[in-house]
Write a protein that binds this ligand. Sequence first.
Ligand code: NDP
Ligand code: OXD
Length: 314
Amino acid sequence: MALLYLINSWSVAEWTEAMRRLAPDLDIRTWPEIGNQADITYSVAWLPPANVLRSLPNLKVIFSLGAGVDAILKDPTLPDDVPIARVNEPDLTMRMTEYVVLQVLMHHRQQRRMDESQRQRRWDSFATHSASAMSVGIMGLGVLGSDAARKLASLGFKVAGWSRSRKSIPGVECFAGPQEFDSFLERTDILVSLLPHTPETTGIINRDLIARLSRKGPFGAPILINAGRGKQQVESDILAALDSGALHAATLDVFETEPLPEASPFWSHPKVTVTPHMAADSDPDTISAYVLRQIRRHQAGEPVENIVDRSRGY
Ligand code: NDP
Ligand code: OXD
C-alpha cells in the first residue's frame, strides 16, 4: 500500500511532511519517483500530468486537496473506474465563511471608502444602512454556500441561495434550477459565487447575468463576489459593467487565468478587490488528517466520504 502525491502548483514537501508527521509508517511517494506502479493504492492529486493515474493498476481512490475537483477532472486520461474524493472539512468551510462574511461586510460598510479617506486625512462621516437593507444571493448552496448563507443570515442580511436541487435552510430563501434563476437574480444586491466549475457554470457570470441583478439596493447597482472558480466569469463583461456602472464593485478571488497576469486591469481597478485564490486555503495538517481518516476508512472496508459524482462534475 503506497500513497502517491501527484500535485502541481502546491508545495509537495509541505504536504508530504504533514502526512509523515501524522502517519510515519505510511509509504509515501512523490511524482515522478513513484517506484513500482503496482504499489500505489491511493493518490493525492491536483492538476495531475496526463497518463499517470491511469498507469496505476491498483489505484483505489484519488483524493483532491481542495473542495473543488475541476483540477483533477480536466485530466483527459483519468481512469473511469477510480473514485475521486473531495474535501469537506469544517476548517475549510469556516475559512470560506470568514472570507465571504468579510467581503460582504467590507462592501456593506464601505470599508474601501474609509481606507481612502484615511489615506487622505479626510473626516468623511457618511450615513450607513442596516444589514437588512441588503439582499445577498449565494450561487451554490453546497457545503460552503450553505454555511456562509447561515452566518450572513444570522448577521441580519436578507439571504437567498440558488442550487440545482431544492434546499431548506432556516432564514434563507432557497431557489433551485434554471427556472428560478431569474427570480433569484432579481432580488440580489450582492451576488456571491460558490459554485463549482462545470460545463454548466462556465461563463455563467456574464453581461446578461449582471443585467438581471437587482438595482434596488442601497448602492443602486449590484456587487459581485466570486470565490468559486475563475472560469465562471467573463472578465471582459465584468470590466465593462464596472466601467459603465452596471456593477457597483467586485471582489474576485479566482480568475480565468491564475496567477492573475500582471497586465490585468483588475489589479488597479478602483472598484475591484483582488485576492490571490486564497478565500479558503487548504491547511496541510488539517487536510492531511482528513485524507488519512478517509484512507483508514477505506482500509477498514468503510465507504470513503465525499465521493464526487463525475456525471455532475462536482
Ligand atoms: P458542493 O459540491 O458542496 O456545492 C456545490 C453547490 O453548487 C451545490 O449546491 C450545487 O447544487 C450547486 N451547483 C452546481 N452546479 C450547479 C448548477 N449548474 N446550477 C445551480 N447550482 C449548481 O461544493 P462546495 O460548497 O464544497 O464548494 C463549492 C466550490 O467552491 C468548489 O467546487 C470550488 O470551486 C470553490 N472553492 C473555492 C475555494 C477558494 O479558495 N476560492 C476554496 C474551496 C472551494 P446541488 O446542491 O443541488 O448539487
Ligand atoms: C478548493 C480550492 O477547491 O482551494 O478547495 O480552490
